[in-house]
Design a protein around this ligand. Sequence first.
Ligand SMILES: NC(=O)c1ccc[n+]([C@@H]2O[C@H](COP(=O)([O-])OP(=O)(O)OC[C@H]3O[C@@H](n4cnc5c(N)ncnc54)[C@H](O)[C@@H]3O)[C@@H](O)[C@H]2O)c1
Length: 262
Amino acid sequence: MASSAEYLNGLFGLAGQTAVVIGGGGALGLCLGTGLGKAGAKIVVADCRKAQCDEAVARLKAEGIEAIGIEVNVTDKQSLCALRDEAIAWGGKVDMLVNCAGINAGTSFLDVDADVWDKIMAVNLKGTMLSCQVFIEKMLTSGGGSILNIGSVNSDKPLSRVFAYAASKAGVVNLTANIAQEFAEKGIRCNAICPGFFPAEQNRKLLDEKRVENIMRGTPMRRYGDPNELVATAILLLSKNAGSYITGAAFYVDGGFTCSWF
Ligand SMILES: NC(=O)c1ccc[n+]([C@@H]2O[C@H](COP(=O)([O-])OP(=O)(O)OC[C@H]3O[C@@H](n4cnc5c(N)ncnc54)[C@H](O)[C@@H]3O)[C@@H](O)[C@H]2O)c1
């Protein structure tokens, strides 16, 4: 009989696989990249900010994880194609893709600026679509793959002052289900994690006293999430053994926020 470590490794281990983490220089992306790397995967850290990319690669390598950094702009299909080709040249193929780039801005509805709206949609929604398109094209001929997109509790439930962000994240969950259906028979799975509140660069600026109070009231666990609390779900959804029959799912990791009455 296999030891429990061997059994768990058979279910969740990612050795011999390559993961591209876009937005991998950010708070959640770095944590997810580290988790996937510790589970055995080689990691391509992709981000539009070179310094963050380099820093993330250094941190992964310090953990003993094989990693490279590649600059990318998710709003630009050519840039994504270049990332994909470089990632394949390095890793042999791309088994897992994590779309973790994202931006946000907060205003009252009447102050929503159309250019800011377009920018948020371009990174969060169009960027996720383009990235899926570019990587799926190759996954179709390399034995399949698994994609993890990042939604939000706001994909489903209204918050205040983040109208473009909310619409983009609802779109990400919708896109995830449509891609899952389209490619299920071709060996490609596509799921989303919808995180609750994990203070990071893109959302910390929105956290005034009133908002924090509302978040804590609305989160039954009455605390923020720690990015490490997303890792096990990411591994489950990306793993070709443990996650083999899961596709099109939007998995909420939110301390109960979306099940809460308030
Ligand atoms: N932190 C949270 O509480 C939370 C909650 C729900 C969802 N999310 C989502 O999780 C994802 C990661 O967020 P985070 O909190 O780690 O934020 P973050 O700002 O730390 O990371 C986002 C990363 O995306 C990169 N990025 C931005 N625009 C890009 C572009 N055009 N091309 C390539 N990379 C780009 C940034 O450089 C940054 O490193 C985002 O999609 C965010 O919306 C975060």
